[in-house]
Design a protein around this ligand. Structure first.
Ligand code: KOT
Length: 795
């Protein structure tokens, strides 16, 4: 359809929805009403490709991918949908004709924050790539009523409030009252004649809500199916009539808690009964659903592995193995060892962390109480594994059910998320299992969707790339290599630099709405945004800022490179050290930002409530990307990829995907520092390593004294005593050991930044060489190496 005709049509559709879906007339419509009407009009257009894709999948009886994830960190969708449909300009123009600001309408949408960080955002990027590549797939997860908490600062300290994205209607979803499954908990199992029957103590209903997951240019559309818990019996009329009002609503209360809130812990917090119930709830519903779908067109469940690939996003859905075995055996009558074999052929497991506190284990008694049948099935899986391999590696050990071992043993492939991480998985957590199953562990380095993380969020650079190499790159990102020859071209450098400046101004404008701070767009924007965690070492970044401040004060007339340090990220509500670090960053920012002697050279900002939408403003604006985790601790990182793709240079350690990023963009275009993963392990064995590092570094010693003596917390001088003490006595993440190298490397960054042309040349080479980090490449890898799934979309 031609653009003009389409615009007239879209205008009519928006007005129709305004009137009949929102019940508003133009004169009284709020930004919310406009946003809803535009979204509904766009959603209508998505339905056709969605139906087409579903029909093609059924007709071809092709293998489907099921991506099971506790988290989908989606963000906003309206612009994503408009862009995938190719209607961005039409939508903007339509709203302008109504006298509405399109950007304000886009910003009216709440973020769908159904995730904590990297793991959840990866799932969202994968949905985008699966649809773009035309691979038939379902994302399965939980429709949390409350997503990740909102972060506020009170006198510099983090406080959390409940997030409420469903307080408004979620326009992208379709409620499916008819798609519902019973999920059981507790009770007992009776076994007679080798047949097990589970008599559960309680049940809830899992009800489906579907959202279309649209790919680039609307060539394909998959489904994100999220489960919401509902009572099996809405209301106990008998209790109610007896006058027992509390008991009457008990089933409803239990059901509602299950899908009420996302667990806000990025890494710890295993062992909680409700969490286990959440995991089983969504996994069981998903497995029941995919079996039902399979059986609607196939007879023999023994062939399920030919038609279904189930990917476990970490161990959170690892109960999928035993659940599939339970359904195949107890419900469909397949012999249990054969069921185990069938289930294993369907399953893949992705490991996202080596941190010991993040490895899921459930106390045996808790697990057996909630899932008695599964406990028994796990024993059988374990026995078979012990027998087949002759090893003594157990799933149930020391009073715990270990979900890592379970996922590993029940999967055909186990993958790490970067080359380094995968090698460490083989050497550490799964070292023993790797010896027994030497071919099982493979690598699939993470990626990011270039649609959201370049095309959508960085319009100045998008336009420049389009006019330089054409418009094929958003779904063939390695075409960006064709920018490399322009790295030395002065005119192109100037354009590239201009695009960066425009993005920095956008960030500064955005910030000026929430903070009273003046920022020079020519200052270096140095950004570290991610969850606050000791291993990510925000503290090292902050200490470096204080050391730099000290140096400027001592020699105020030197030509210092002006820097604005930006921090963003949330601490898990129960993670005290991380919360202290946030408080300290804010306290240091207050002192430094008020120092008139240094404020032309150094400022620190920490905007509240970092989320996907904020990332879309920050990534394009950054000059310097901080990827400074202790080597061996960050499994991959994906923020590192977003920054580099958008033309920031990285200062980083040899950790996670940093290693591969550096290989791709060139060592000379990357600021490397710090101990390697091997050196880290070695250093930890040396006595008093941190005290010795502090004593060897007058700069570091001075900053730690300032923090300890209350320079940044005069109202409570000892506030950070415990942090400084920790640096001396138990600096597990080696902030002290890497500090000097980090500081010196930052001075190299300062120097490099002053040469704008050379800096810009490096940034161009970063963008040009980041094409490999498209999540399309990652998904092609999974499809080929793990799933055996094919694209159904013909170009
Ligand atoms: C959380 C709890 C248990 C197990 C793993 C996690 C986890 C790992 N959450 N997020 N991650 C991150 O996943 C990203 C995607 O693979 C990585 O890039 C990042 O390094 C992980 O920390």
């Amino acid at each position: 359809m031609n653009t003009k005709i389409f615009q007239i049509k879209l205008k009519q559709e928006v007005l129709r929805h305004l009137k009949y879906s929102l019940g508003k007339d133009q004169g009284h419509a709020t930004p919310y009403d406009w946003r809803m009407s535009l979204s509904l009009a766009l959603r209508d257009i998505v339905v056709d490709p969605w139906f087409d894709s579903t029909r093609k999948t059924y007709d071809s009886n092709a293998k489907r991918v099921y991506y099971l994830s506790m988290e989908f960190l989606i963000g906003r969708l309206i612009e994503d949908v408009a862009i995938n449909l190719g209607f961005e300009d039409v939508a903007r123009e339509t709203m302008r004709e109504f006298g509405q600001d399109y950007d304000a309408i886009v910003a009216n949408e709440p973020d769908a924050a159904l995730g904590n960080g990297g793991l959840g955002r990866l799932a969202a990027c994968f949905l985008d790539s699966l649809a773009t590549l035309g691979i038939p797939a379902h994302g399965y997860g939980i429709r949390y009523e409350h997503g990740l908490f909102e972060q506020h600062f009170e006198n510099g300290a983090q406080v959390e409030t409940a997030e409420g994205w469903l307080a408004q209607r979620n326009v992208w979803e379709f409620e499916r009252p008819e798609v519902a499954y019973i999920i059981a908990f507790g009770g007992h199992v009776s076994e007679t004649d080798g047949r097990a029957v589970w008599y559960p103590a309680e049940t809830v209903k899992a009800q489906a809500y579907d959202a279309p997951a649209l790919g680039w240019q609307a060539r394909w559309c998959n489904t994100l199916r999220l489960w919401s818990a509902k009572p099996t019996r809405a209301f106990d009329l008998e209790s109610f009539n007896r006058g027992d009002f509390l008991a009457a609503s008990a089933p409803e209360a239990l059901a509602r808690t299950i899908s009420r809130v996302l667990y806000p812990d990025d890494t710890t917090d295993t062992g909680k009964e409700l969490r286990l119930k959440q995991e089983y709830f969504f996994t069981s519903a998903s497995i029941q659903d995919l079996i039902r779908r399979y059986r609607s067109t196939n007879d023999d469940l023994r062939d399920l592995p030919k038609k279904a690939a189930i990917q476990l996003n970490d161990t959170h859905p690892a109960i999928a193995g035993p659940e599939l075995v339970r359904l195949l055996t107890d419900i469909h009558g397949i012999e249990i060892h054969e069921s185990i074999d069938i289930a294993r052929k369907c399953l893949g497991y992705t490991n996202h962390t080596l941190l010991p506190e993040a490895l899921e284990r459930w106390p045996e008694h808790l697990f057996a109480r909630i899932l008695p049948r599964h406990y028994r099935i796990i024993e059988i899986i374990q026995d078979q594994h012990l027998k087949d391999t002759g090893s003594d590696i157990r799933i149930i050990k020391d009073g715990n059910v270990n979900m890592g071992e379970l996922a590993f043993i029940m999967a055909t492939h186990v993958n790490g998320v970067s080359a380094l991480h995968t090698e460490l998985v083989k050497e550490t957590v799964f070292g023993d299992l790797h010896k027994v199953y030497p071919k099982r562990i493979i690598n699939e380095t993470n990626g990011i969707t270039p649609r959201r993380w370049l095309y959508d969020c960085n319009k100045p650079l998008r336009n420049l790339i389009n006019s330089t190499i054409g418009i094929e790159w958003p779904d063939d990102l390695e075409q960006l290599e064709r920018l490399a020859p322009y790295a030395d071209d002065a005119a192109f450098q100037e354009e590239f630099h201009k695009a960066k400046l425009e993005n920095k101004r956008r960030f500064i404008n955005w910030l000026s709405d929430i903070r009273d701070i003046q920022i020079d767009p020519n200052a270096m924007l140095d950004i570290q945004v991610k969850r606050i965690h000791e291993y990510k070492r925000q503290l090292m970044n902050l200490i470096e800022a204080v050391a730099y401040w000290n140096e400027i004060k001592e020699n105020p007339t030197k030509d210092w490179t002006p820097r604005v340090k930006v921090f963003g990220g949330k601490a898990a509500p129960g993670y005290e050290v991380a919360k202290k670090i946030i408080h300290l960053i804010n306290d240091v920012a207050t002192v430094i930002n008020n120092d008139s002697a240094t404020k032309d050279y150094l400022q620190i900002v920490f905007p509240e409530n970092y989320n996907v939408s904020m990332a879309e403003i920050l990534m394009p604006a950054a000059d310097l990307s901080e990827q400074i985790s202790t080597a061996g601790k960050e499994a991959s990182g994906t923020g590192n990829m977003k920054f580099a793709l958008n033309g920031a240079l990285t200062i980083g350690t040899l950790d996670g995907a940093n290693v591969e990023i550096r290989d791709h963009v060139g060592a000379e275009n990357f600021f490397l520092f710090g101990l390697t993963a091997e050196e880290v392990e070695e250093r930890r064995h040396q006595p008093e390593y941190s005290r010795r590092a502090i004593e060897a570094s007058p700069r570091l010693y001075r900053v730690l004294n300032q923090i300890a003596s209350g320079v940044f917390s005069p109202d409570e001088p000892h506030r950070y005593g415990s942090i400084v003490q920790m640096m001396y006595e138990s600096d597990y993440f080696l902030v002290t050991c890497d500090f000097d190298d980090y500081f010196d490397t930052q001075r190299k960054v300062d120097k490099a930044y002053l040469d704008t042309k050379e800096w810009t040349r490096k940034t161009i080479l970063n963008t040009a060489n980041m094409g490999w980090f498209s999540s399309d490449r990652t998904i092609k890898g999974y499809a080929k190496d793990i799933w055996g799934a094919k694209s159904l979309y013909e170009r």
